[in-house]
Design a protein around this ligand. Structure first.
Ligand SMILES: Nc1ncnc2c1ncn2[C@@H]1O[C@H](COP(=O)(O)OP(=O)(O)OP(=O)(O)O)[C@@H](O)[C@H]1O
Ligand SMILES: [Mg+2]
Length: 519
C-alpha cells in the first residue's frame, strides 16, 4: 500500500473530508456512491472517473460511470478483471495520466478505479486521495450485495447528479457577469465563462483549485484577502466599485462579494460577481446633467419676467436719453454717448443670458420634427458664421459624408447647437487655425450619425472636462462667455436622443463628437 503524502495545504484533504461526509450521511448506498464519484471528479479535476465494481455473483465488473464515458465502455469491459489482477497501472495519455487502481478489501478485490488525472502539481495528491477513498469505500461495498440493480441505480444517480451540475454550470456560464467562488482556503472553486473571456481572462482549467491571489495577481493580495475575510467574518454582502483599464478602454465595475453558507449555516465559500456598469453610470451621469438643466430651466422661467421688464425699462430710458443727447454741449456729448453705448451693450448681454436660460425651460420634445439632412444643417450654420469677424481667419475643412440618412430633427435647434460648438472652437483658436467639420456614420454603430468638430485650439484642461457642460461654467474672461453654450448644446442633442463626447489635449486641440441615432 502506498502511504498517502497529504499535507495540510493540499486540496486532497478537502476532497477526503467531503467524501467522508458523504459516506457518513446515512443516505442510501447508491446515492452515496454516485456522490463520491462526483466529488472525486470535481475536487481532483479528473477528466475521467470510473468506478468499476464487481457484481454480486462475482462474474464481472460494471462501471459506475457518467453518460459521456459510457459510450466508450463496452469495448473493454472484460479487460477489467485483468486490471484488477495485475495491480496498479499508470500510463501517460495526451498531457494526462491514466491510472488504474484495484480496490481491495480483506485481500479480495472488489473493484477498480479508472481515472484520468491532468498532469501537474496535484497529480500525486489525486493518486493518494484515490488510494484512501478506496479504503473508505470498502466497508460500504462489503456491506452491500452489489447486485445489477444497485449498479444501474448508481449509474442513474450519477447521471442525474452530473446533469444537475451541468445545468447549474450552464446557468453560471450564461450570466452576463464575471463570477467566481472561493473556499475558506481562498482556493478557486468555480470560475465562469465571462471570467475566461478578454485579454485579461484566465481559463477555467488554469484557475480552478489555485489560490485566488495567484490568479488575480494584479490586485494587492492584502487588500483582496481583507475583502474576503470581511465576508467570512460578518456574513454580509459587500459591494464596491472600481475603475479598470484592463480591456484597453476605461470601464467601471461593480464588485459584489456574497457569502455562501453550507448546510450547517457556516460560511463555506464567497461568491464574487463583477458587473460592467459603465453604461449604467454614464446614464446616471446624463440623468444628473439633465436634472440640473431642468432646474435651471425652472429658475429661468421664474425670473425671466422679473428681468425682462426692468431691462425693457432701461432700454427705453437709454433711448429717451439718446434723443436728448444733441441738446448737450459738445464736450459732454461724447462722454454721455459712450455711457449710453455701454448701457446698450450690457443690456443686450443680459438679454442674451436670459434667452440662453429660457432655452432650458422649453418643453422637451417640442414641435413635431421633420426629416433633415445633416450636411445641409452644417452648411447653414457655416453660412451664418461666415459673417463673423473672427471666423474669417479660420480655415474650415469640410469632410461631409455622402449618402447619410436623413433623420427627424429640429433643424433650427441643431443650427443653434452646432453654432455653439463652432463658436467655442473659434474662441479656442485665437490665431489662425483649422476647424474640421466631419459628418459620417459612426464606425462602431451603423445606426448612428457622427458629427465631429475638430479644432487646433488651446485644448481643455483635464480637470475642466467634467465641468464644461455645466451651466455657467466658463474659462473665458468676464464679459466674453456666459458658460451656457455647451449646456444648451447638450440639451439640444439630448432632445434628439443623441449624445456628445469630448476628446481634448492641451496645446493640440479638441474634438467634440455628436452622435445622433438614425435607426
Ligand atoms: N473647442 C474648445 N476648445 C477649448 N475649450 C473649450 C472648447 N469648447 C468649450 N471649451 C471650454 O468649455 C467652457 C464652456 O463652454 P461654453 O460654450 O459652455 O461656455 P462659453 O463658451 O465659456 O460661454 P458661452 O458659450 O455661453 O458664450 C469654455 O469656457 C471653455 O473653457
Ligand atoms: Mg461657448
Amino acid at each position: 500500500m502506498v502511504a498517502p503524502t497529504l499535507t495540510s495545504d493540499n486540496p486532497g484533504l478537502e476532497v477526503l473530508a467531503e467524501v467522508a461526509k458523504v459516506l457518513s450521511s446515512g443516505r442510501p448506498a447508491d446515492e452515496r456512491l454516485a456522490e463520491v464519484v462526483a466529488v472525486l471528479r470535481r475536487g481532483l479535476s479528473l477528466r475521467r472517473c470510473r468506478l468499476w465494481l464487481r457484481t454480486g455473483d462475482g462474474s464481472r465488473y460494471i462501471p459506475i460511470t457518467t453518460p459521456d464515458d459510457e459510450k466508450q465502455v463496452p469495448g473493454y469491459a472484460n479487460a477489467v478483471s485483468a486490471w484488477v489482477a495485475t495491480g496498479p497501472h499508470r500510463e501517460s495519455v495526451a498531457g494526462a495520466t491514466l491510472l488504474r487502481l484495484p480496490l481491495v478489501h480483506d485481500e479480495a478485490a472488489f473493484g477498480c478505479f479508472e481515472v484520468i488525472i491532468p498532469q501537474g502539481r496535484h497529480e500525486r495528491i489525486a493518486h493518494d486521495v484515490l488510494v484512501v477513498v478506496a479504503q473508505m469505500l470498502a466497508p460500504l461495498l462489503a456491506a452491500h450485495d452489489l447486485s445489477q440493480d444497485l449498479v444501474s441505480e448508481v449509474a442513474l444517480r450519477t447521471r442525474e447528479l452530473e446533469a444537475q451540475r451541468n445545468f447549474v454550470a450552464r446557468i453560471i456560464d450564461s450570466l452576463p457577469v464575471g463570477l467566481y467562488v472561493i473556499d475558506r482556503a481562498y482556493r478557486i472553486r468555480a470560475w465562469n465563462r465571462k471570467r475566461e473571456a478578454g485579454t485579461q481572462g484566465v481559463s477555467r482549467e488554469d484557475a480552478l483549485g489555485r489560490e485566488v491571489f495567484e490568479v488575480l495577481d494584479r490586485q494587492p493580495r492584502d487588500l483582496l484577502k481583507l475583502e474576503f475575510d470581511r465576508v467570512f467574518t460578518t456574513g454580509e454582502i459587500q459591494q464596491m466599485e472600481m475603475d479598470s483599464l484592463a480591456t484597453g478602454e476605461p470601464r467601471h465595475y461593480r464588485i459584489t462579494k456574497i457569502p455562501m453558507r453550507s448546510d450547517d449555516d457556516d460560511i463555506s465559500h464567497v461568491i464574487t460577481i463583477g458587473e460592467d456598469v459603465t453604461g449604467w453610470r454614464q446614464a446616471q451621469h446624463r440623468l444628473a446633467q439633465s436634472e440640473k438643466l431642468a432646474a435651471v430651466g425652472q429658475l429661468a422661467a421664474g425670473v425671466m419676467h422679473e428681468i425682462n421688464n426692468p431691462l425693457a425699462t432701461i432700454l427705453a430710458c437709454s433711448e429717451a436719453l439718446a434723443l436728448r443727447i444733441d441738446d448737450l454741449p459738445e464736450k459732454e456729448r461724447q462722454a454721455q454717448q459712450e455711457y449710453l453705448h455701454i448701457v446698450d451693450t450690457e443690456v443686450q448681454r443680459c438679454r442674451r443670458i436670459v434667452d440662453g436660460l429660457l432655452d432650458f425651460s422649453r418643453p422637451k420634445q417640442s414641435s413635431p420634427k421633420a426629416r433633415v439632412d445633416i450636411n445641409a444643417v452644417i452648411e447653414q450654420t457655416l453660412f451664418l458664421l461666415k459673417h463673423h469677424d473672427r471666423f474669417k481667419w479660420l480655415t474650415i475643412d469640410r469632410q461631409l459624408g455622402d449618402g447619410l440618412p436623413q433623420f427627424p430633427a429640429d433643424s433650427e435647434r441643431l443650427v443653434q447647437c452646432f453654432m455653439a460648438l463652432m463658436l467655442n472652437a473659434m474662441d479656442a483658436m485665437n490665431s489662425r487655425g483649422v476647424l474640421t467639420v466631419r459628418t459620417h456614420r459612426n464606425p462602431q454603430r451603423a445606426d448612428e450619425i457622427l458629427v465631429e468638430f475638430i479644432d487646433t485650439g488651446t485644448g481643455i484642461r483635464q480637470e475642466d472636462l467634467p465641468k464644461i457642460f455645466e451651466p455657467f461654467f466658463t474659462t473665458k474672461q468676464q464679459g466674453r462667455g456666459t458658460g451656457l453654450g455647451l449646456s444648451v448644446a447638450y440639451g439640444i442633442v439630448e432632445e434628439h436622443r443623441g449624445r456628445i463626447e469630448v476628446e481634448s489635449q492641451l496645446g493640440v486641440g479638441t474634438n467634440f463628437k455628436v452622435f445622433f441615432p438614425v435607426g
